[in-house]
Design a protein. Structure first.
Length: 178
């Protein structure tokens, strides 16, 4: 007997005893989960096909573990543009073991259909208040640096001597050449 179930946007062909990886489910390891979205059930000579789902079919499985899948690298490149981007991604997955396929839940006993609810999560503790760091003591300001003594001023006579002679305007030079 096998069934085709829908979970995480993907379809899986399962039979009793199968262990498979599906998109992450909100259940801890050891808990049971049930899949109500059953598309098809084959039980020997009968094949039941849903439109789109079978209303009374169900698959029960046990969560083995929650884990991360292999890393997938995404590399983008535009040649001659000096553009390259590399990103990595690891998908969250759940490994499940199929316990039982129920083609018709109306004929099964309530004990068989019972699925344990997941254990309640512990209440989140209130966030600890972070104390502000103690104010730092103000650093003593350094003493002002003594002013540099100014260089002695040059007299007007010395300034004239150090200056090069003034150049004649460009127009005068051209006029003299003609």
């Amino acid at each position: 007997m096998y069934a085709v179930i829908l979970t995480g946007g993907k379809q899986y062909r399962v039979k009793e005893g199968d262990v498979l990886s599906v998109e992450k489910l909100e259940a801890e390891a050891g808990h049971r989960v049930q899949f109500d979205k059953v598309l098809l059930v084959e039980d020997g000579e009968n094949i039941l096909i849903g439109t789109p789902f079978l209303p009374s079919a169900m698959v029960r499985a046990e969560v083995v573990e929650n884990y991360k899948g292999d890393k997938v690298l995404i590399f983008k490149k535009k040649r001659t543009k000096q553009f390259r981007r590399t990103r990595g991604h690891r998908q969250l997955l759940t490994r499940i073991k199929v316990e039982r396929v129920f083609p018709d839940t109306t004929t099964a006993s309530p004990e068989e259909l019972r699925v344990e609810p997941p254990a309640p999560r512990p209440a989140a503790a209130a966030p600890k208040k972070v104390q502000a760091p103690a104010p730092r003591a103000a650093k003593p300001k350094p003493a002002p640096k003594p002013a540099k003594p100014k260089a002695p001023e040059k007299t007007a006579a010395k300034k004239k001597e150090t200056r090069p002679p003034a150049k004649a305007p460009a127009k005068a030079k051209r006029a003299g050449k003609e």
